[in-house]
Design a protein around this ligand. Structure first.
Ligand code: SF4
Length: 391
């Protein structure tokens, strides 16, 4: 078994209207003190996590994936990022072959920065392209253009990055089937090894989502193309990416063979990971815990020598069963029935077998080589299927 490590940098240059993450716009002066707190949190983990119930053996595992996300971590610059990465290497056993991902926004990572990242061990870039239509980008407050994304990829290739992921969002204001097709074709032309396709979330956590919910007109909410469009756009993306050799290994993720994200697979396969930074989440196989979200409170907690944990919970056996299914079934490979029966076959935990049978009869799940998998035509309604695995 190996460990994943997530480092959160919660600051951005501006706030995108569709963003439902807890990122915030802050002056550069805030970056240094925040990074100092992250380094201190990394130091505290070894000392304090065992008294919180986490097995020391977990902290001794090899770290085979590191993911530095946000926010926009590339804004921090090479010295601050280098400091955090160094602190991690000093306290944990980071494998020489670890998948090391850095999130960047187009235009935020110059040649010199990228070269430094390569030297620091970053092996994978996740680039928030979102769209290749400038009007769609500017309408949501993105600061880059399609041309900046093209230039960013070219710079990354010149710096030697051979594992690049692009994010796209379907359902942005002004999007049409034609512009979405253009964004997909442009993505394919740039040949990233990995593509994530997300659907705009109509939730109250983003400014655009709140505006749409209240039928307001700010943030171009009346120009949102709606849920039927998103369902069709998702199928359009699946079809086109599949025809270009990308394997859909998870509901939102497509990769050329061998470029599936090792880090994200830990989330769906319930592997252990530790997250540091404001709002970061961790999991040790049984317990889930989350740090405080506000960077100022986070810093204050860490500087007083405390772990900045806001909430922690040990999952009950039923909750572990639920997670096993609704996270595992997100993957193309589904879940092992033998493993499910071994772990949760006895009463009263075999409630899931009846649900799986019903969903199988409805054609939404199928059994394949001893595994339970989500039928492909059900990907678009996956959330409804997963609801059935809430006991
Ligand atoms: S850059 Fe990413 S994290 Fe920052 S506001 Fe935009 S979507 Fe959110």
């Amino acid at each position: 078994m190996s460990l994943g490590f997530y480092i959160q940098f919660p600051f951005c240059a501006s706030k995108c209207s569709f963003c439902n993450f807890s990122s915030q716009v802050a002056p550069r002066a805030a970056f240094g003190p925040y990074v100092r707190a992250v380094k201190e949190e990394i130091r505290l983990l070894r000392e304090k996590l065992p008294s919180f119930g986490v097995r020391p053996a977990m902290l001794a595992l090899d770290v085979d994936s590191v993911y530095c996300g946000g926010g926009t971590p590339s804004l921090a610059g090479e010295d601050l990022l280098g400091g955090m990465f160094q602190a991690l290497r000093e306290r944990f056993r980071v494998s020489a072959t670890a998948e090391w991902t850095l999130e960047i926004t187009p235009g935020s990572a110059g040649a010199n920065f990228l070269e430094c990242m390569r030297k620091l061990g970053v092996s994978r870039l996740s680039i928030g392209a979102q769209s290749f239509i400038d009007a769609e980008l500017s309408s949501t407050g993105r600061l880059h253009t399609a041309e900046k994304t093209r230039q960013q990829i070219s710079l990354a290739r010149s710096a030697g990055f051979e594992n690049i992921s692009l994010d796209l969002i379907a359902g942005l204001p002004f999007q049409t089937p034609e512009t979405w097709q253009k964004s997909l074709e442009e993505t394919l032309r740039l040949m990233p090894e990995h593509v994530s396709v997300y659907l705009f979330e109509f939730d109250e956590k983003s400014r655009l989502g709140r505006e749409a919910a209240s039928h307001g007109s700010r943030f171009h909410a009346p120009e949102l193309p709606g849920e039927d469009f998103m369902a069709a756009a998702y199928e359009q993306a699946r079809d086109l990416l599949k025809r270009h050799r990308y394997v859909q290994y998870e509901i939102s993720n497509f990769a050329l063979p061998g470029f599936e994200s090792r880090h994200n697979q830990k989330y769906w396969q319930l592997g252990p990971y530790i997250g540091v930074g404001a709002g970061a989440h961790s999991f040790d196989g049984i317990r889930r815990w989350a740090n405080v979200e506000d960077p100022a409170v986070y810093r204050a907690k860490v500087s007083s020598g405390e772990l900045p944990i806001a909430e922690a919970r040990e999952l009950s056996a039923i909750e572990q069963t639920e997670e096993f299914f609704f996270l595992g079934l997100r993957q193309r490979q589904g879940v092992s029935l033998e493993e499910a029966r071994r772990k949760w076959g006895g009463m009263p935990f075999n409630w899931w077998e009846k649900r799986a049978e019903e969903l199988g009869r409805a054609g939404l799940l199928r059994e394949q080589d001893g595994r339970l998998v989500l039928a492909e035509h059900a990907y678009v309604v996956s959330n409804e299927v997963f609801q059935e695995f809430i006991a």
